[in-house]
Structure formats: structure tokens, C-alpha cells
Design a binder for this molecule. Structure first.
Ligand code: GTP
Length: 185
């Protein structure tokens, strides 16, 4: 079931994931190009003007905080998002498990009609000397809405701009056709 998608005039990126994985830090590091130790629990919604984004499209970046938002508000944000970054911490295996057992199923449940593309983001690579990509492959196999995965660090800024570029790309140039989950083979 291939559908023609009208060109998007903006991109709305939502970051979700377990507490403390670094969602707010990722957003603030992208915007300020430096790492701050003390970040608020939730970043204000940020709009990046078209001319400074790699795909030349105005991009809204939306943070999520369990401390400040209800489940209903989360569900509303998931429905409004064009792409969702599911963030985990590479030094905390549980946060990747929760991506597969909680966050990805929740995103499916909330976006019933169209498949919302996902970028799986492993943050805090400055803390470890291994890669979690091996553990990510089976999850990507199970959830075809994951367009790409990336490991990065809000602290050292490694792969931060790439992460947001992947998110833009997942919306503007999706690599997989859009299926309904129900009809997906
Ligand atoms: P909640 O608001 O609880 O959902 O957390 P969050 O996911 O927004 O995480 P936050 O950005 O508040 O970061 C949590 C902690 O991890 C803070 O102490 C950050 O300084 C730290 N942190 C975030 N990113 C990195 C990183 O890339 N490397 C390291 N070493 N620490 C990080």
C-alpha cells in the first residue's frame, strides 16, 4: 500500500525515553553547541529556521518529561509528531529494554492510522568503550518503523547534529513504504 506523501513544509521531532537518558541535554546541546551540566526537566519547544537545517525545512523539536506531563499529554504529543527519537542510555541496558517493551509499543498504539517513523538514539557514548548496536539490531527487526539508529553524546557533542539530521531525513525521505500495522506482512 504505497501512498503519495505531500512534501512537508515543516518537521516536528519528539524525543521520548526513560528518565535520565539525556533527552533534554541532547536538545540543549544541539541548540547551544555546548553541554550544560544543569538542564531543566523539560526543554521549551524549539523551532529551528529552515536555512540552518540540513534539509532546509523549519524544524520543531519537542522534549518530553514524565515529571511535567501526563500520559494523555504524552499521547497527544506522539500523535502530533512527524518523527520520534526514542532515546536510551548506552550505559544502562534497562533503558534500551524499555525502548522495546514500552516506548515503541506505545508509539504504535498512539499512532494507529499512519506509521510514525522512529530514530533509535543511544546517548552517553562518552561513558562507555563498547557499542550497543548488536543489541539494537533485533529491535530494528521487530519494529520496522525504526528508520535508523545512532549512538551519540550530548556531553561531547559527538553525532548530535547527525541525530537530528537522521530524524529530518526519516520524515522527508522515508526508506520504507508506509504500511498499516494491521495489514503489514
Ligand atoms: P528526564 O527529564 O528525567 O526525563 O531526563 P532527560 O532524559 O531529559 O535527561 P537529562 O537531559 O536531564 O540528563 C540526565 C542526566 O544525564 C544529567 O545529569 C545529564 O547531565 C546527564 N547526561 C545527559 N547526556 C549525557 C551524555 O551524553 N553524557 C554524560 N556523561 N552524561 C549525560
Amino acid at each position: 500500500v504505497h501512498r503519495q506523501i505531500a512534501p512537508r513544509r515543516n518537521v516536528r521531532i519528539l524525543l521520548v525515553g526513560e528518565r535520565d537518558v539525556g533527552k533534554t541535554s541532547l536538545i540543549l546541546s544541539l541548540v547551544s553547541e555546548e553541554y550544560a551540566e544543569d538542564v531543566p526537566s523539560k526543554a521549551e519547544e524549539i523551532t529551528i529556521p529552515a536555512d540552518v537545517t540540513p534539509e532546509q525545512v523549519p524544524t520543531h523539536i519537542v522534549d518530553y518529561s514524565a515529571a511535567e506531563q501526563t500520559d494523555d499529554q504524552l499521547s497527544e504529543e506522539i500523535q502530533k509528531a512527524h518523527v520520534i527519537c526514542v532515546v536510551y542510555s548506552v550505559e544502562d541496558e534497562d533503558t534500551l529494554d524499555r525502548a522495546a517493551t514500552y516506548w515503541l509499543p506505545l508509539i504504535r498504539k498512539c499512532s494507529t492510522n499512519n506509521r510514525c517513523p522512529v530514530v533509535l538514539v543511544g546517548n552517553k557514548i562518552d561513558l562507555v568503550d563498547y557499542s550497543t548496536i548488536e543489541a539494537v539490531y533485533p529491535i530494528m527487526k521487530e519494529f520496522s518503523e525504526i528508520e535508523s539508529c545512532i549512538e551519540c553524546s550530548a556531553k561531547t557533542l559527538q553525532n548530535i547534529s547527525e541525530m537530528f539530521y537522521y530524524a529530518q531525513k526519516a520524515v522527508l525521505h522515508p526508506t520504507t513504504p508506509l504500511y498499516n500495522y494491521d495489514t503489514q506482512e
